[in-house]
Design a protein around this ligand. Structure first.
Ligand code: FE2
Length: 310
């Protein structure tokens, strides 16, 4: 850890305090969406019942262009059953594989919608790709709050710290709450490795450095990833690991893997990956904070497909 990484230092102290005191640890429920391999989380403070929802999923049927709310309703049911009060709706980044249900959840449950400040760069890149007009603001104003590296936030009495972890996209954030870190698309489970770094604005070298930063948290910190694809030989989906387990055995970045080795592996692997099925609908909606594009004069909202542009 660099002497000057005060945000990581503060996150480390927070994790240590939570490891020493069960009252500072969050209750965490993961909701897995098999259609997009995404894990959404509800993170709550047992003392006050305040909660954050991280990376929710809006169900989207690409052939019909229809959105439905089954995944969101599962979360609403959990929130209501446990009498939670939602204060945050957090996105780790602008996802390229699923649409966010944050606006739907916000309408039903309340809470502030938040993402990393670098979303502005993502809005700029994709605003151009989709030839969005001047009515599409590229200043993050579709969100209620933009997190900077090192920002502190609270879920009830629990403390949280936001860490900027770019590489997969420029805007990726990890959120450390008590002894748990929600690490989005950085590391996946140790047997599956890491997230791709070839989307517009992605950077494998940056991703390696972001991952190393997360792996400098205490060994017992719990890590919660945004996706799982069941590595070959594993029968169950999984999404929770620890720093120690990742450092010992992540197939892409365990202790001893050099930055150059990682970049060579990641670049070779990314060159063979197809674009995610829902990248064009997802990004178009998610850079708008999960809102569909403005309806046209017939009242219908349209998703654009740029041809030969991505
Ligand atoms: Fe992603």
């Amino acid at each position: 850890m660099s002497e000057r990484d005060t945000a990581l230092h503060a996150a480390t102290r927070q994790v240590e305090a939570a490891l020493a005191d069960a009252g500072k640890r969050p209750t965490i429920a993961g909701f897995f969406d098999e259609a997009t391999n995404t894990v959404s989380y509800v993170v709550s403070d047992p003392a006050t019942r305040e909660a954050a929802i991280i990376d929710s999923v809006l169900d989207y049927d690409a052939p019909s262009g229809r959105t439905t709310f089954g995944s969101a309703e599962r979360i609403i049911e959990y929130v209501e059953t446990n009498a939670l009060k939602v204060t945050w709706l957090i996105e780790t980044h602008a996802h390229a594989d699923h649409l966010s249900a944050a606006p739907y959840l916000q309408e039903k449950l309340g809470g502030k919608l938040a993402i990393g400040r670098e979303i502005i760069r993502v809005q700029d890149v994709f605003g151009k790709l989709f030839n969005a007009g001047t009515d599409f603001e590229r200043d993050g104003s579709q969100f209620d709050h933009l997190f900077d590296d090192g920002d502190r936030f609270a879920i009830g009495k629990l403390e949280g710290i936001a860490l900027h972890v770019p590489g997969h996209t420029p805007a990726d954030m990890a959120f450390v709450v008590g002894d748990a870190a929600f690490i989005g698309d950085t590391l996946f489970m140790p047997d599956f490795g890491t997230a791709r770094a070839d989307f517009p604005g992605g950077d494998a070298r940056q991703l390696f450095r972001s991952i190393k930063r997360l792996l400098a948290l205490p060994d017992a910190a719990r890590l919660f990833t945004c996706h799982d694809y069941k590595a070959p030989g594993r029968n169950e989906f999984a999404w929770e690991s620890t720093v120690a387990v990742q450092r010992a055995g992540n197939i892409h970045v365990k202790d001893g893997t050099s930055e150059d080795e990682f970049v060579a592996m990641r670049s070779a692997r990314d060159a063979k990956l197809n674009m995610p099925t829902l990248i064009l609908p997802s990004v178009q909606v998610n850079i708008r904070g999960g809102h569909l594009p403005e309806p046209e004069d017939n009242g219908v909202s349209y998703i654009k497909i740029p041809v030969n542009a991505l």
